[in-house]
Design a protein around this ligand. Structure first.
Ligand code: E4P
Length: 216
């Protein structure tokens, strides 16, 4: 399973990249706004700065909701860097835009996916990635992991090439379960990636080894 980091914070991206386990980055307008990035030039410069840090795919989201606007934006975004993947919302014109980008050799990430039906449409349109938001489904009392399982099953059954990118991951058990269920990619905050490191027996075991090392 590939690890993407879900942030627009350059320090966090550098830290994850330095760990040597990062396969890419996902951003969205909320994450960009959180970093105080304003204006098209600055937004584009920030995407370029992210691309210069990582070696994998970097999702950059369109903010138009009509077909022509999404195509125009996506074609500008991919000029920033070859690592850019155009992130497109799961709406009617979004599906059309994904088909357009697919036919023109542009990678896409279909975002804001909350049902198996939406995931099937994304795959049929040729999306490179589909992003089911499992945490947000849990937030409203649903079962986000069940949706990941269902989409993985459907895609494997029908041989869809679209990769299942489990998004909106809130904690370490979410991430581990996504790996068990066969998600192709998981995108999560740095805290969740670093959370994988933690086990109290590792800490106490190391403490004892270091204490005993002094007696060697
Ligand atoms: C990723 O592509 C999504 O934008 C992200 O995972 C959403 O996460 P959130 O529900 O924590 O905002």
């Amino acid at each position: 399973m590939k690890f993407f980091i879900d942030t627009a914070n350059l320090d966090e991206i550098r830290e994850a990249e330095a760990l040597g386990v990062l396969d890419g980055v996902t951003t969205n307008p909320s994450l960009m706004a959180k970093e105080g990035i304003k204006g098209k030039d600055n937004v584009f410069k920030h995407y370029k700065a992210i691309c210069d840090i990582v070696h994998g795919d970097v999702s950059a989201e369109v903010i138009s909701t009509d077909f022509a606007g999404m195509v125009r934006e996506g074609e500008e975004l991919v000029m920033i860097d070859p690592k850019i993947v155009v992130k497109v919302p799961m709406i009617k014109d979004g599906v059309k835009a994904i088909r357009y980008f697919t036919d023109h050799g542009i990678k896409t990430n279909c975002t804001l996916v909350f049902s198996a039906g939406q995931a099937i449409l994304a795959a049929k349109a040729g999306a490179t990635y589909v992003s089911p938001f499992l945490g947000r489904i849990d937030d409203v009392g649903g079962d986000g992991l069940a949706l990941i399982e269902q989409i993985v099953h459907i895609y494997r059954t029908h041989g869809y090439a679209t990769e299942v990118l489990a998004a909106s991951i809130r904690h370490v058990p979410h991430l581990i379960k996504c790996a068990e269920l066969g998600a192709d990619v998981a995108t999560c905050p740095l805290s969740v990636i670093m959370g994988l490191l933690k086990h109290p027996l590792t800490d106490s075991g190391l403490e004892k080894f270091l204490a005993d090392a002094k007696k060697m």
